[in-house]
Ligand binder design. Structure first.
Ligand SMILES: Cc1cc2nc3c(=O)[nH]c(=O)nc-3n(C[C@H](O)[C@H](O)[C@H](O)COP(=O)(O)OP(=O)(O)OC[C@H]3O[C@@H](n4cnc5c(N)ncnc54)[C@H](O)[C@@H]3O)c2cc1C
Ligand code: FES
Ligand code: FES
Length: 475
């Protein structure tokens, strides 16, 4: 066992599953030292880096009652388990709260967006999280449930500090609600580097009557330890006026903020503030000129499901029984609950699946889980029990290459080949489920796998060539 493996493995935990909200709340109360696992896209890296530990992990992804998008005339209601990709693409969210879907599009990459959930992101309360500025600007609320209790909390009151929220340990976010009061809005985003977190987010919304602003909300995220919300400072100004007054408005906004900016290797504090000021000027100018850039992205009617066919987790001593269908064949094993899907697959001979960064960034370990790309270093094998995993061997038919393999070979899109499997798997999901046309904007926001050898030009050419092969096969 190599060092990277030991470091990339969480401390031991017990794995439980809840199939209803009531069951999840009961388990949380009963087991005390427990956390729920939603998408796992923040909790798994923290467990693997051993920045946190937990005795009981309660998997809630199978709770269907927390996966919906609906509108009731007053609110747009989004269940806590709706994935980032569904927030990005759902038709109703795009129609009623476009800046929220834009926020979701900017999260990481296809793989993180397939599993990560809106409720999990809010509960995790990363100061750079994409949703907070959008939801603050939209004046959103969350519904929070405990055993026999329900309360509604403004998103502005939910965040209490970096990684700290108003939630009690035995409560869960069940819904995000956005008032349907007809906000116009802009979402501006700046990040340095592939699937990294943003360095600056600016969201602005306003309402107007006869060209005069009657309410406004400016939210700034990823710059300070807390997302900042400034209410109604544009009220009384003409919509067409705010561009000309942008510098004055920006100076007054930033002089009212009394917080030290965040710093990391991507962006020092003063740089973040400068970029934030520029993005706010850009937002105000685009509002006044009516030239707000809205992401042109694919839209879908429904949302995806997570089918749990296994029922209860079966323990044999400290081990759990896991049954995963890989490339059409069921494989059964007894494993520690902390075993990663990546290690399960490699143990059973699927060594085309590679361990790269081991922290969810590079995508070398990508496989399809029920047809969607996931990073197998971020999924406990037991979570995949009863589900279908596909590697490239499951896509090609014997010696006949899959069109994606052909495209990668024909474009010379590899050197050492270490990243190639992950790239091909995420390309499959992207072209099949997200954007068959491989439009530059969606491609840039979706595939962020890392290649250490080639540069990316030939990989992009291969994805575009694969798009042509697949579309001609479908016509
Ligand atoms: C490589 C990478 C890049 C990323 N980049 C970005 C980015 O650019 N922007 C961004 O916003 N995010 C980013 N993320 C984080 C991602 O959005 C996560 O999905 C999100 O922060 C957590 O959601 P989750 O469903 O995965 O929650 P989990 O990881 O399962 O849980 C996170 C925490 O919330 C708790 N929790 C989960 N659901 C609930 C609930 N309903 N009620 C109460 N508590 C709950 C869990 O117990 C845990 O403590 C990135 C993640 C990775 C791995
Ligand atoms: S090894 Fe899984 S994302 Fe890098
Ligand atoms: S071809 Fe070597 S890492 Fe991509």
């Amino acid at each position: 066992m190599g060092m990277a493996y030991a470091l990339g493995r969480p401390r031991k935990f017990n794995y439980l599953k809840a199939s209803s909200l009531d069951e999840a709340l009961r388990l949380l109360r009963e087991y005390g030292d427990a956390k729920v696992l939603a998408g796992g896209m923040s909790l798994m890296p923290m467990l693997k880096l051993r920045m946190t530990e937990v005795k009981y992990l309660i998997d809630i992804l199978g709770i269907d009652e927390l996966r919906y998008v609906k509108s009731d005339g007053n609110y747009l209601r989004i269940g806590a388990l709706v994935s980032h990709n569904d927030v990005a693409m759902n038709k109703l969210i795009n129609e009623k709260a476009k800046i929220l879907s834009e926020a979701a599009w900017h999260i990481a990459d296809v793989q993180v967006r397939n599993l990560g959930t809106i409720g999990g992101s809010l509960a995790h309360a990363d100061p750079a999280a994409n949703y907070y500025p959008a939801l603050l600007a939209l004046d959103a609320e969350v519904v929070v449930r405990g055993i026999g209790t329900e309360r509604v909390v403004k998103v502005s009151d939910l965040y209490k500090g970096p990684y700290v929220t108003d939630l009690r340990p035995d409560e869960l976010i069940t819904e995000v609600r956005i008032p349907l009061s007809g906000f116009e809005g802009v979402y501006e985003f700046f990040r340095r580097g592939g699937a990294s977190f943003p360095s600056v987010i600016v969201a602005v919304t306003y309402q107007e009557r006869d060209g005069v602003i009657t309410s406004s909300r400016i939210a700034i995220g990823a710059v300070y330890p807390e997302p900042v919300l400034i209410r109604d400072n544009l009220v009384g100004m003409g919509v067409k006026e705010v561009g000309a007054k942008a510098v004055e408005i920006v100076n007054s906004v930033f002089s009212s903020i009394d917080a030290k900016p965040l710093e990391d290797t991507h962006a020092p504090g003063d740089y973040r503030v400068r970029v934030a000021k520029n993005l706010l000027v850009k937002s105000l100018t685009s509002i006044s000129t009516g030239s707000i850039h809205k992401l042109k992205t694919p839209v879908r009617e429904g949302i995806s499901e997570w089918r749990d066919t296994e029922g209860k987790v079966e323990y044999v001593g400290d081990l759990v029984r896991v049954r995963i269908n890989v490339n059409g064949q069921w494989i059964e094993d007894l494993v520690e609950p902390r075993m990663l899907l990546l290690d399960f697959l490699r143990k059973h001979g699927f060594v085309e699946v590679k361990r790269g960064c081991d922290e969810g960034k590079c995508g070398a370990c990508t496989v399809l889980l029920d047809g969607k790309a996931v990073k197998s270093c971020m999924v406990p094998a037991v979570r995949a029990s009863g589900h279908y995993v596909t590697t490239i061997r499951g896509l090609s038919k014997g010696i006949e290459l899959h069109p994606i393999q052909k495209a990668f070979i024909e474009e010379f899109a590899m050197q050492c080949g270490f990243c190639t499997h992950g790239f091909m798997m995420v390309t499959y999901d992207y072209l099949t489920n997200i954007d068959p046309t491989a439009d530059d904007e969606t491609l840039k926001l979706s595939i962020k796998n890392i290649c250490r050898c080639t540069g990316y030009i030939n990989i992009i050419k291969a994805i575009k060539r694969a798009s042509k092969y697949l579309s001609s096969a479908n016509t």
